[in-house]
Design a protein around this ligand. Sequence first.
Ligand code: SF4
Length: 445
Amino acid sequence: MCGIFGVTDNKDSSFLTYIALYSLQHRGQESCGIVSWGKKGFKYYNGMGLVQEVFNRDLISNLSGDFAIGHVRYSTTGSSTISNAQPLFLNTRFGEVAVAHNGNIINSNELKRELSRTGSIFQTTTDSEIIVHLISRSNKNNFIEALSEGLSKLKGAFSFVFLVENKIIAARDPWGFRPLVIGRKGKSFAFASETTALDSTGYDFIGEVEPGEIAVASNGKIKKTKYSKPDKFHRCIFEQVYFARPDSVVLDKTVAMTRYEIGKLLAAEFGKSDADIVSGVPDSGTSYALGFSKESGINYMPVFMKNHYAPRSFLQPQQSLREFIADLKLAPIKDFIKGKKIILIDDSLVRGTTSRKIVGKLKKAGAKKVYLLIASPPIRGSCFYGIDTPTKKELIANRMNLEEIRDFIGADKLYYISLKSLVKACGNGDKNFCTACFDRDYPIL
Ligand code: SF4
């Protein structure tokens, strides 16, 4: 997971990128960076930590120019160190280039081996650097042709923004795993991982970079070309289930509305219940619970207060940190819990350790019964496309059956929504999603 942003033809490009990164912070909290370009050439700054910790007013004003790209990082390939912080800024035979990447290149090891064998020296341990070497070593005459050639050698999930002097170039893999939207304000264009970044910077959403497409924006114009025959769309369905911000729009619907509709379908599948209240594990669980409440007629009540200043546990790379943070971030609201039979909805069940703690907190606060409902099917496959899911062995659904999981978690009932209902709520009826972590139907391997 990562968040990327790029903006053209705007004298406030770095400030806008800073604002955009702020609204994409949920996609990665390890490091962040901005590269700008203008009359004074390229300017570059990155650091470890949150956007508000890394940048200040002076640093932003020093990043002068009308063009900028930015990145917030959560590592899936390469360690969490400053040398791997993005945007990467490298010299190529076409001049200096900055690049920000979201996704995971699955043939990175073999490409790196081959590039190193023939003389490339890598400055980072990320898979993102590979594309810059491929561009630099291409025999093509211009950057776009070299980029097209390089992209077609990559397999996996990648949404890129490049800054090449007075151009921002955006590119997306032929499967469309990771999002990449386009915004416009007058003559200025913006590219972002989610529409929330366009909203926060005042850009109107005008479409997506389509699978297998390169979009070049500069001087008030945008030009799109296909570098590869696009495959069928394989959007990561987990974006809508968990990662994307509720106010972001995916397939013409806010993510909050999609989750609300998933909640309604979950209620229809679950059927009648003797529960007194329904609630969600904040934040993503709230929209699901509201939809469930509407469909079932069971009152919604918040049972947890989330500490918004604690990091997201799933985004922390170490298990020890994840467990500590899971404990810190949810406080039970005892008066809404005591003596109640509670339907609690969570977005997903990965290892089961967090759910066990959450159910334990409700029981300790006096809940009579806890029915845990999951707004996605059992996770049975690891993700190779940029989401840091655990190994197959660590996934609880691969180690236990439904009754054993329920018992491990300590819930009185456990129910997962069907994949059919999830796909129905997320999309337009077609299976245009990657659902491999649920059904192991991997679009590419
Ligand atoms: S395997 Fe799962 S998490 Fe990975 S891209 Fe597919 S749906 Fe998303």
